[in-house]
Design a protein around this ligand. Structure first.
Ligand SMILES: [Zn+2]
Length: 336
């Protein structure tokens, strides 16, 4: 499976490529009369990007791995989540499809031999390695925080500079500078992003009294994520800031036996396939705790994702699709 939603102003491939390749795979098996030993199910997830709640909502709902806050929202009649679900149901019915009323908790997969997902790479690792396809080793851990700094509002002209040493924007600048250098010290093992800075009240002539920063960092290693959190609390604390944890997704290791199956299939097809990690989150994360899980990546020729510049070559897509089908067949033959 993969997902059918994406971000605003997206590229062509994120999510959709994996769903279409899954359909094509199932169609090819049916046409060829492939006698699979296991039943094959294709799933098109929704809300992988997390428009209403945290990301990978569809796959977490299916694996009963929703957060307590999301369960609470589901139980409240007028919550934004319930309204969005009702809206989706209406749309699904309008399209002539039906909605299965099975409660989410009862959908949880209990016995499956493996989960496989094809996705366009959302970075440029395969491009750099010159490989059209990839077998994913693991998926990055992501921590998100809201940092708030408070100060004293005032007139922009009448307060002398010597009285502004505690200015919130000056402290934001120090926090960003200091924390940025710290994250850089981990080299290729960590990345950070400050996706939003909200300054209140946001006017030329008013000294701001509050700043809120959305801080995210990622790493494949738990000790680094812990170290980065400790330092963020220290730096923000020393500047008088408050830190709220928005969410922590642990890094996920994908199953070596599924990766081996993909690498063996690639060798048999004579397709170059590199073992690489994923610095983006995927629905596969939701399945990894429950069953052997793997991912096949298709080279992104620009390395850009979540934007219109996202691109893939036809030949690479063909190679990825064949590798997905061959991986399924290899697993089908090997797994009990
Ligand atoms: Zn995606």
């Amino acid at each position: 499976g993969s997902h059918v939603d994406t971000v605003p102003a997206p590229g062509l491939y994120d999510g959709a490529l994996g769903v279409l390749c899954g359909i094509e795979c199932a169609r090819a098996f049916a046409e060829a009369g492939y006698p699979g030993r296991h039943p094959l199910e294709l799933i098109a997830f929704s809300d992988e990007e997390g428009s209403v709640t945290m990301g990978t909502w569809g796959s977490r709902a299916l694996t009963a791995a929703l957060l307590d806050s999301e369960r609470h929202e589901l139980s409240c009649e007028d919550s934004a989540l319930r309204q969005t679900l009702a809206q989706s149901e209406r749309l699904i019915r309008q399209l002539g499809m039906c909605v299965d009323p099975t409660p989410l908790e009862e959908l949880a997969p209990t016995r499956a031999a493996a989960y496989l997902e094809l996705h366009i790479e959302q970075g440029a690792l395969l491009k750099g390695l010159g490989a059209p396809t990839g077998a994913v080793t693991g998926i990055v851990g992501v921590n998100r925080y809201l940092v708030t700094l408070r100060g004293v509002a005032g007139h922009a002209g009448t307060v002398p500079m010597r009285e502004r040493r505690n200015d919130v924007v000056w402290r934001v600048a120090r926090l960003v500078h200091s924390y940025w250098s710290y994250v850089e010290s981990f080299g290729p093992d960590a990345v950070m992003n400050i996706g939003d800075i909200d300054i209140h009240p946001g006017s030329f002539n008013v000294i701001p009294d509050r700043a809120a920063l959305s801080v995210e960092f990622r790493s494949l290693h738990v000790p680094i994520l812990e170290e980065l959190e400790r330092r963020l609390l220290d730096v923000a604390g020393s500047l008088g800031g408050e830190v709220e944890v928005v969410g922590r997704d642990k890094p996920v290791s994908l199953a070596p036996e599924v990766r081996e199956a993909t690498l063996r299939a690639a060798a048999a097809l004579d397709v170059a396939c590199a073992e690489i990690p994923s610095w983006a989150g995927h629905d596969a994360m939701s399945f990894a705790p429950f069953m052997p899980t793997g991912m096949v990546f298709v080279r992104n020729t620009t390395g850009a994702s979540h934007c219109e510049q996202e691109a893939a070559d036809r030949d690479d897509i063909q190679a990825g699709l064949e590798l997905l089908a061959a991986s399924v067949m290899t697993l089908d033959a090997a797994q009990a």
